[in-house]
Design a protein around this ligand. Structure first.
Ligand code: GLV
Length: 312
């Protein structure tokens, strides 16, 4: 029995596996090394991160693979049909990162509304000349409308926070169709994305949708970079067509388009939605639980491809 991990983890995966399977070999590197550098020829289980692309080419290197535990809730890095056809179970990490991700989305919304990075840069530059009546004027959130695209667990957690701040919440799912999303973009003062990246949601935020937004509106993306056409967003911000935006995720991570880095009114975070000690520890634990369940012939609760047959 061999368990391979593409990264270090905040839990002792080796100890957990060995308690259940004393003869197992568990490979956990001391940092993320990436799937390409992992020896998978006799791997029964794989724990991977969202930067690891898991597809038919990986399966070809891993003929014994029974389970892939993706240490993320999103699984657009995994070719689900290919793994399902090969009988490989896939698990993800829902629930345990819901609140952390909603907290970051909320923080980004507030940072964009109140232009916090600009203010911080001003203070750090040593050029702040003191209080001014018209300095760094932002947008008040009380009484405003938050439009949430993707009313799943994280979208609902964002909605609860916004209600506590006196905002009106409207929501749409990508399955509601383009007209419903168009209407949300036109009505909302803040649009926050909480949908998975799928062929339907790729570039869901495009030039046309940005043009529908109010000039005072804010866009927040903590979902996946591919949901936003970054070129169109830079154009809209540079032309002042919307008030501000905040991104935690990018189309080609970790590359950040130079135009984004130079763009005004844009808050940038390095994909840290779930980056709390609490969430990351529980995510790793869910991965371990998923691996141990499948290797023991049981169905994990967080199975992405429930149609797969778990062999005992
Ligand atoms: C992070 O982006 C995740 O999908 O968990």
């Amino acid at each position: 029995m061999r368990v391979v991990c593409t990264s270090s983890l905040p839990i002792d995966l080796g100890a957990e596996v060995l308690t259940r399977f004393p003869d197992a070999r568990v490979d956990v590197p001391d940092r993320w090394i990436g799937i390409e550098r992992c020896d998978l020829h006799d791997a029964d289980a794989l724990v991977c991160l969202l930067m690891d692309r898991i597809d038919a080419a990986v399966l070809a290197r891993a003929p014994r693979l029974r389970v892939v535990a993706n240490c993320a809730v999103g699984f657009d890095n995994i070719d689900v049909p290919a793994l399902t056809a090969a009988g490989v179970a896939i698990t993800n990490t829902p629930d345990v990162l819901t609140e952390a991700t909603a907290e970051l989305a909320f923080a980004l919304m507030m940072a964009a509304a109140r232009r916090l990075p600009e203010g911080e840069a001003l203070v750090r530059s040593g050029r702040w000349e003191g209080w001014r009546l018209d300095q760094l004027l932002g947008v008040q959130l009380l009484g405003k409308t938050l439009g949430i695209v993707g009313m799943g667990r994280i979208g609902q957690a964002m909605a609860r926070r916004a209600q506590g701040f006196g905002m009106t919440v409207i929501g749409a799912r990508s399955s509601d169709g383009p007209a419903a999303i168009d209407e949300l973009f036109a009505r909302a003062d803040v649009v926050s994305l909480h949908c998975p990246l799928t062929p339907e949601t790729r570039h869901l935020v495009n030039r046309e949708r940005l043009a529908r937004m109010k000039p005072s509106a804010i866009l927040v993306n903590t979902a996946r970079g591919g949901c936003v056409d970054e070129g169109a967003l830079v154009e809209a911000l540079t032309a002042g067509r919307i008030f501000a935006a905040a991104l935690d995720v990018y189309e080609r991570e970790p590359e950040i388009d130079a135009r984004l880095r130079a763009c005004p009114r844009l808050v940038l975070a390095p994909h840290i939605g779930s980056a709390t000690t609490e969430a990351r520890t529980q995510m790793a634990q869910l991965c371990a639980d998923g691996v141990l369940a499948v290797l023991s012939g049981q169905r994990p609760g967080n199975l992405v491809n429930p149609q797969v047959v778990i062999r005992g």
